[in-house]
Ligand binder design. Structure first.
Ligand SMILES: [Zn+2]
Length: 145
């Protein structure tokens, strides 16, 4: 039997300490949250991804009366990115809330698909948490061991 300790690598900072690309991504995620469709939870979330071609895409949560039919902000934009830009990789994502477990797995698969870590920025106000890979948010994802 081996006992192990897991270390999660992330940075906590303030928005004014970030570079212009990170600030842009966070601001676009916040703006996207404003047009989320969340009549049931009233919990509006926005997400924005930066592709390796420099393009920024946005998404937000879309709820439905049949709850499982709704989708989170980060999944809406990641699936849109892969559907419309299949040759491009996602370099970074900004999300205005901490992602749920399903979205963490989707981001992990997207990271594997692109072959490079996806930088994850979480925050809606001045405080920002930065993870250099989704693996820091889902260290034991659904996968073969
Ligand atoms: Zn989610």
């Amino acid at each position: 039997m081996n006992r192990s300790t897991l270390t999660i690598d992330y940075t906590e900072t303030t928005k004014d300490q970030l570079g212009s690309e990170d600030i842009e991504l966070l601001e676009k995620a916040v703006k996207a949250a404003g047009s989320a469709y969340a009549p049931y939870s009233q919990f509006r979330v926005g997400a924005a991804v930066r592709l390796d071609n420099g393009q920024v895409l946005c998404g937000n949560n879309q709820e439905n009366a049949s709850f499982p039919a709704g989708i989170c902000a980060e999944r809406s934009v990641v699936f849109y990115a892969h559907a419309n830009f299949p040759a491009n990789r996602i370099l970074a994502i900004a999300i205005t809330a901490s992602p749920c477990g399903i979205c963490r797995q989707v981001l992990l698969d997207s990271e594997k698909r692109g072959g490079i870590p996806i930088r994850v920025l979480l925050g809606a106000g001045d405080q920002v948490r930065i993870f250099n890979s989704i693996k820091d948010l889902l260290p034991f994802g659904f996968d073969s061991i």
